[in-house]
Write a new protein. Structure first.
Ligand code: ATP
Length: 257
């Protein structure tokens, strides 16, 4: 038997209260390296708040966050990013007046400044453009690309900081079926390098098809954790989120336009 592998991310007893609202309630879960893990649940369940806690935007009322075995609870967003936690937002954050390529280049240059390694920025940006499938749109202004493409650009910018853990908030919204399939392949290729991906996502076909493990949040509490088939069959998750879908097919619920 080998040594137990260090977890990529450990969330331990995290609670977040906003006045009288408990957005996250004593949540404990972990994310393993080399896996795609989903955090799912109804609107208002606390998923974005949880992402904010992990990325350092939201100090928890109680609990701790560890990354690769180190307690990062007292670190801010930049320090966590330097350690390898990258995040995309539901609200798009790219520089609208810059081109797709320039947006990735800015992120790569920022990363170059933090890290001691010297890399060829142009070839790094080229590699990311090809990998994410944005080559054809490289010179298009970021605020003129469709929403689905803009989400891919967010992911491209996140990759430019060479992350170990990617937090992706509703990454597939705006992608058509074929683009979503390509996106699933991309996620698999990212985790095959040992990165970990944690996604908040309402597209249940994507979640059930691509994720290795799923945590379900409901009213801020982890209601269930397990393999996709375990989550699909869990009556508590059916009641709280998936609904009574015909033919055991999960419904796509709570998605945003
Ligand atoms: P969605 O799927 O709609 O994005 P979510 O699961 O991400 O929902 P959160 O946005 O984390 O849920 O919200 C959880 C709860 O906390 C909600 O009741 C929300 O209204 C509340 N909440 C979130 N942020 C704040 C805040 N800054 N101040 C007060 N209440 C907040």
């Amino acid at each position: 038997m080998g040594q137990p592998e260090t977890k990529m991310l450990e969330v331990d007893g995290v609670t977040v209260r906003f006045g009288g609202i408990t957005a996250v309630n004593d949540a404990t879960f972990s994310v393993e390296p080399g896996t795609i893990t989903a955090l799912i649940g109804p609107n208002g369940a606390g998923k974005t708040t949880m992402f904010n806690v992990i990325s350092g935007l939201q100090p928890p009322t109680a609990g701790r966050v560890s990354f690769l075995g180190d307690d990062v609870s007292d670190l801010g967003t930049h320090a966590r990013a330097r350690k390898g936690i990258a995040r995309t937002f539901q609200r798009l954050e790219a520089f609208g007046s810059l081109s797709v390529q320039e947006n990735i280049q800015v992120a790569a240059e920022i990363h170059q400044r933090w890290s001691r390694t010297k890399v060829d920025i142009a070839s790094k940006v080229d590699g990311i453009l090809d990998r994410i499938g944005l080559r054809k749109l490289a010179h298009q202004q970021a605020d003129s690309v469709p929403t689905g493409t803009a989400r891919l650009l967010e992911l491209a910018r996140a990759l430019a900081i060479d992350p170990r853990l990617l937090l992706l908030d509703e990454p597939s919204s705006g992608l058509d079926e074929e683009e979503t399939d390509d996106f699933a392949d991309l996620l698999r290729s990212l985790v095959s390098e040992g990165k970990a991906v944690l996604i908040v996502e309402h597209d249940m076909d994507l979640v059930m098809g691509v994720c290795d493990y799923i945590h379900v949040l409901d009213f801020g509490t982890i209601l269930s954790s397990g393999l996709p088939e375990e989550i699909r069959a869990d009556p508590r998750v059916q009641d709280a989120y998936l609904g009574a879908a015909p033919d055991d097919e999960p419904a796509v619920v709570g998605g945003k336009a």
